[in-house]
Ligand binder design. Structure first.
Ligand code: TRH
Length: 366
């Protein structure tokens, strides 16, 4: 059960975030022996402090991590080769891959668009005799599914049934006592979004609401938002935590603002209301992906329109009225119920690691 997984960090944390989570699961739950190639060890280190930026090969959680330099280390390809987010493989490495012996998988971006089902698992033939296979994560049983560790739902439920643990966790993030008080008498929101987000308008609205809010923002995100008390809003800056710890924050908050790919999926698993700030692309192609998700998600109409407005280039359309409507207690309750149903429905699908494992076994490469 031997595989090479390649991850090129294009920007931010999603490329390595998705790849690292999936790699760990393939190793721990399916017994794969993995060599993980990563070009930007400094980005990787931000997600997992155990990573050394100085070592060309290192072992973490029984996974061999190779620093993907240029030129790449000269290693013999393993029977399964996965290109995360369809990154290009090192040419010399690819030249050593043998048609019929190497199972090459291009793991694609997540999308809720309908065409994904038709393309998932298809081979892409090449003139050199090799072929890659399209592997699409997704929201239906006709796709590869989403990353979900086998114990995730159980661990989440135990966490959500334990208010003391939740309180101690949020406190341990360095939130001052007046911030904790704002949460105790009101609600908790976490925000991890891109700079274009209408977060200032949202904060202005929260400051004027009758219910108090503790808003958690990781360091380095929306640096223009001042920390501390403004009206009925308390903003606390929190450290960038590990992935399992970030899950705990998402499970605890009443509403999560998330972005990209991985934090979005983790917010879905939190079964709490969430606003998705999708990764912006040129010519607003991301809005097609967003609409495909919104069409699939049974969310209340005001929530759908608020999420869409949040993602518009001129997000000032996200007005105070719209925020008031989605945060009104009855709306928030309906939104929470919808989020629970969405998470429960998605959990019925086979998860991405299981799908990949099955695909490789069926193709006879493991
Ligand atoms: O960081 P992102 O915006 O990443 C990306 C990239 O831009 C990428 O190029 C693009 O293709 C992709 O989005 C769609 O958002 P994402 O995907 O949510 O990744 C963030 C990762 O950081 C995720 O694994 C969760 C993790 N994280 C922590 O581990 N701790 C934290 O405290 C926070 C806030 C996030």
């Amino acid at each position: 059960m031997r595989a090479d997984i390649f991850c090129r960090v294009v920007d931010n944390f999603g490329d390595i975030g998705v790849t690292w989570r999936l790699t760990r699961q393939l190793q721990s739950e399916h017994g794969w022996s993995i060599r993980l190639w990563v070009d930007a060890l400094d980005s990787f280190k931000k997600l997992d402090a155990r990573v050394s930026t100085a070592q060309s090969i290192q072992l973490i959680d029984n996974i061999e991590i190779v620093h993907w330099t240029n030129p790449a280390p000269d290693l013999v390809p393993r029977p399964v080769v996965i290109a995360s987010f369809s990154c290009e493989l090192p040419p010399a490495f690819q030249a050593r891959m043998i048609p019929g012996n190497t199972l090459w998988i291009n793991l694609e971006y997540l999308s809720a668009e309908a065409w994904v089902e038709g393309c998932h698992g298809l081979p892409s033939l090449r003139s050199d005799g090799l072929h890659s296979n399209f592997f699409f994560p997704g929201f239906t049983s006709q796709t590869g599914g989403l990353i979900k560790e086998s114990s995730l739902i159980e661990v989440r439920d135990a966490w959500q049934a334990n208010p003391d643990r939740q309180f101690q966790w949020i406190k341990s993030l360095g939130v001052p006592s007046d911030g904790l008080q704002a949460w105790r008498s009101g609600r908790l929101i976490s925000a991890f979004c891109y700079p274009q987000a209408p977060l200032s308008a949202f904060c202005k609205h929260l400051a004027n609401e009758s219910i108090s809010t503790l808003l958690l923002i990781p360091e380095g995100i929306a640096s223009d938002i001042p920390r501390g008390q403004q009206g009925n809003l308390h903003v606390a800056r929190i450290p960038f935590t590990t992935q399992p710890e970030y899950d705990q924050t998402l499970w605890t908050a009443d509403l999560n603002i998330v972005r990209g790919e991985d934090s979005f999926v983790r917010a879905l698993w939190a079964a709490k209301p969430s606003i998705w700030h999708i990764y912006p692309q040129t010519e607003e192609t991301h809005l097609v992906k967003l609409d495909a998700w919104l069409a699939r998600a049974a969310l209340p109409a005001p929530v759908q329109s608020c999420i869409r407005n949040w993602n518009l280039e001129h997000a000032s359309a996200a007005s105070s009225n719209a925020f008031a409507q989605i945060l009104e207690p009855a709306s928030l309750t309906a939104w929470t119920l919808a989020a629970k149903e969405i998470a429960a429905d998605l959990a019925k699908n086979q998860d991405l690691a299981c799908s990949l494992d099955l695909f490789c076994r069926t193709k006879g490469s493991l």
